[in-house]
Design a protein around this ligand. Sequence first.
Ligand code: NAP
Ligand code: MG
Length: 462
Amino acid sequence: MKAHDGLYIGGAWRPAAGRDEIEVVNPADEQVIGRVPAGDAMDVDTAVRAARAALATWAATPPAERAARLGALRDVLAARKDEIAGTVTAELGSPLPFSQAVHASVPIAVAGSYAELAAAHSFEEKVGNSTVLHEPVGVVGGITPWNYPLHQIVAKVAPALAAGCTVVLKPAEDTPLTAQLFAEAVHEAGVPAGVFNLVTGLGPVAGQALAEHPDVDLVSFTGSTAVGRRIGAAAGAAVKKVALELGGKSANVILPSADLARAVNVGVANVMSNSGQTCSAWTRMLVHRDRYDEAVELAAAAAAKYGDRIGPVVNARQQARVLGYIEKGVAEGARLVAGGPEAPREQGYFVSPTVLADVTPEMTVAQEEIFGPVLSVLRYEDEEDALRIANGTVYGLAGAVWAGEESEAVAFARRMDTGQVDINGGRFNPLAPFGGYKQSGVGRELGSHGLAEYLQTKSLQF
Ligand code: NAP
Ligand code: MG
């Protein structure tokens, strides 16, 4: 798609206040593929005013009509699926089949799910002598990252619109073209002017102005824990609602009774997909000591098979960061069994699919989010030890458990401090609540739980 040289505010593309631009780079070949405006605090203010002006009418629009707009949005996204996939591949670098199967397809499903939820949700309930109204929270400031650029936008905007909120979105600087395409789709779907507004720009400028804007009622952020903590602090000081979807360091727990080859192969695929840039990736594989050597061999072979089939990471800074983590892992005593800290290609921000063995729970690579194609394999002595290791980070976003019997895996999953657990390779469910325990975040996205984040209750007593 061709980049817009404006911001989408109040239903039209309009010039930014300043002249600053963001260069969009294809991480696979380092070529500049477009330029978008870097909006500033003035642009954010204009967009927030537009969202505020549109709020009362959109909030009072019957849910069935809001659902119809979301259904139309779903249809536009579906019709433009190939363009979405191509755009994500161009600015994020993920291989085209993955962009089609995941980056373009999941948002279509999520938009569709909110068309249905908006139509089905009862925005009024009776509790004894009260009627409880479910009202929109108001103007939402959405701040999204680049790793699933369209999914993370839709996971905020679709439920917000379903609830009757209006939105100002500040997408990641690395993936603004996908965000512009989304704004086009919103426009094509007939969503009224001002209900959705897009300000491309830099985090510390446009992002911070949005997070701190006094007329934003709810800030919904997905990204790093460092930025999330600041946004949470600002929201706390202003006594406004905040949703934080932060990092993870999820455990893939392979119990002794599991089908080892399947658990390892699916586990490696989970970490390598999207070049390891998935907040819920199972980046720590936990294996019983009796099966440890076999698991490491399987994991190394599976990673080597990926070879150059994985895409680059998003930018040079992330590449340097990920390679630095691999070096640090080796320096702290991990054993490299696949990949390594050298960039595998001259051009593009590639990292080899990497497996570190003999990783112990206190090592940096077992504690910090790497956000690249790097798997750490840890050894446990018994089930209690596995549980201690699985729960032994500040994070709690996701995880997996594998066992011969589902019930055995479920019993273990109940004791994990984490927001979602896949049992014996269970599939992603776009209706299930997604969000973290501990420092992985505050709040839930997707499905009816995601809708509830954008509603507040008013109780009328009779
Ligand atoms: P990030 O800085 O937290 O980016 C997330 C979003 O927040 C982007 O839109 C970013 O804008 C914006 N932002 C940055 N600073 C801000 C501020 N002071 N106020 C308001 N908004 C701000 O994450 P990143 O730098 O792209 O990635 C760094 C690390 O974060 C990764 O290595 C990974 O560990 C983690 N991460 C996690 C997720 C996740 O899904 N949980 C996603 C992405 C990254 P800019 O794009 O301009 O920076
Ligand atoms: Mg950043």
